[in-house]
Ligand binder design. Structure first.
Ligand SMILES: [Zn+2]
Length: 229
């Protein structure tokens, strides 16, 4: 039997077979796979498919989702700034004009102070439009209109619960839109900076969106799989 024929005769591993353990972001569970392993101790090896960061640790291989990890970091920082009521803003070189409904305009005028506390500088420009003059500095890579819509959506959805309840959800969505995305190229230094930042962001979490930040394959598991054990 040729090698290829023998390989073909062997059953393929089932897709459902648990190869790795995953940890979820934005849940009560800590996001690091091993509490005693600081993110910064991992050695960054490569970016894969412009989406994943391959890292090596003492105990195995760590594959981070770069967007989920960056979003976690951005959200933590933004929430801290917001809770201290000191969200630094970045002024826009050219204010962005946005068409809105009368209800949205009313909401913006009613909530001027609270919107400013989130780091957005928004001004009415007539019956159906407003202009955005500054955005939270942490989110300067996002579209200003996107950020405003994230906030307005959560605030109007919250209905009677009011602004403060909606803000956590809004900040999470804004952090999503203001973070490194899949498809963004990352230098080795940027990847290392993200690992350092994760140590600071890695607390028992707060909030909504839940995607795994990291996938872990231990060397013990790897060795079992390749028949070394
Ligand atoms: Zn996201």
């Amino acid at each position: 039997m040729t090698h290829a024929a023998r390989a073909a005769a062997e059953p393929l591993p089932s897709i459902a077979e648990p190869v790795v353990s995953t940890v979820r972001e934005h849940t009560a569970a800590p996001i690091r796979p091993r509490a005693e392993v600081p993110w910064v101790s991992l050695r960054f090896i490569a970016q894969l498919r412009m989406t994943y960061l391959l890292c090596e640790g003492e105990d195995g291989i760590y594959l981070l989702d770069q967007h989920a990890a960056a979003e976690r970091v951005t959200f933590t920082r933004l929430l801290r700034e917001y809770e201290a009521r000191s969200v630094p803003s970045q002024a826009l070189l050219f204010p962005q004009v946005v068409d809105v409904t009368a209800a949205e305009l009313e909401l913006v005028e009613e909530r001027q102070k609270e919107i400013a506390e989130v780091g957005l500088d928004v001004r009415a420009r007539g019956a159906t439009s407003l202009s955005i003059h500054a955005v939270p500095r942490l989110l300067s890579r996002a579209s200003p209109e996107r950020l405003l819509r994230d906030l307005l959506t959560e605030v109007s959805r919250s209905g009677g619960r009011g602004f403060s309840d909606a803000v956590d959800l809004a900040l999470a969505t804004m952090a999503c839109h203001g973070s490194i995305r899949a498809g963004d190229g990352l230098s080795a230094n940027e990847a290392k900076a993200l690992l350092v930042a994760l140590d600071d962001a890695d607390f028992a979490g707060h909030c909504p969106h839940g995607r795994p930040v990291v996938t872990f394959l231990s060397y013990a598991e790897l060795e079992r799989k390749v028949g070394r054990r």
